[in-house]
Design a protein around this ligand. Structure first.
Ligand SMILES: [Mg+2]
Length: 202
């Protein structure tokens, strides 16, 4: 008896990769902090200190958590955020090639929002016609198996690399220090990197 070939699993982060999370958050953050949108720089690091966000210990109202809650509760951020150009289209192309798309997101990091976060996420994926087989809400991304991953957060990319896994770095200002190995600046480049990895695997 032959076992069918296992599909190629592509582990896909959402925010900053498929969903233009920072683009959607920026005008909301400006309004929340009483600033003009163009006062918030486009070059920023993780935790957004350049936008005036403070560490949670320094004051809850000015923390990332407070902004995130406001954005999800008052603006339905996870339902209304725009897509990264070509992301959904390219995932449909990859799906037709036989790629098994496994969404891996850490969107449950702010308490009290789980119902809205999950619902808004599923609605967004439906509205943008993103094909996926699995939808994993998880902090420890290493606990989820895939043949190839894509992420933009340095913490996750470094964890994948340290564990010997292959991860496409989706380029943004937070990850420029991580070198150019498997770096994609747009979804056309993602398509080619995934196709090449599938060929490598045979
Ligand atoms: Mg991300």
């Amino acid at each position: 008896m032959t076992t069918p070939a296992r599909k190629f699993i592509f582990g896909v982060d959402l925010d900053g990769v498929v969903v233009d999370f920072y683009g959607a958050l920026k005008p909301i953050a400006a309004e929340y902090f009483g600033k003009k949108t163009d006062e918030l720089p486009d070059t920023f690091s993780y935790g957004l200190p350049e936008w005036g966000l403070l560490d949670r210990k320094a004051g809850y109202d000015l923390s990332y958590d407070a902004l995130h809650k406001h954005a999800v509760n008052q603006h339905e951020l996870l339902r209304t955020a725009p897509a990264i150009p070509q992301a959904a289209y390219t995932l449909r192309r990859l799906s037709r090639l036989g790629v098994h798309i496994r969404i891996i997101t850490h969107r449950l990091y702010v308490g009290g929002l789980h119902n809205k976060s999950v619902t808004q996420t599923a609605d967004w994926l439906e509205a943008h016609d993103v094909p996926y087989r699995d939808l994993c809400f998880v902090e420890d991304k290493l606990s989820i198996n895939a043949d190839l991953y894509i992420d933009d957060a340095p913490k996750n990319i470094l964890a994948y690399r340290a564990d010997g896994r292959r991860c496409i770095v989706f380029d943004n200002p937070t990850n420029r220090a991580l070198g150019n190995d498997l770096r994609a600046r747009n979804w056309d480049e993602v398509h080619d990197l995934v196709a090449a990895a599938m060929t490598d695997k045979g």
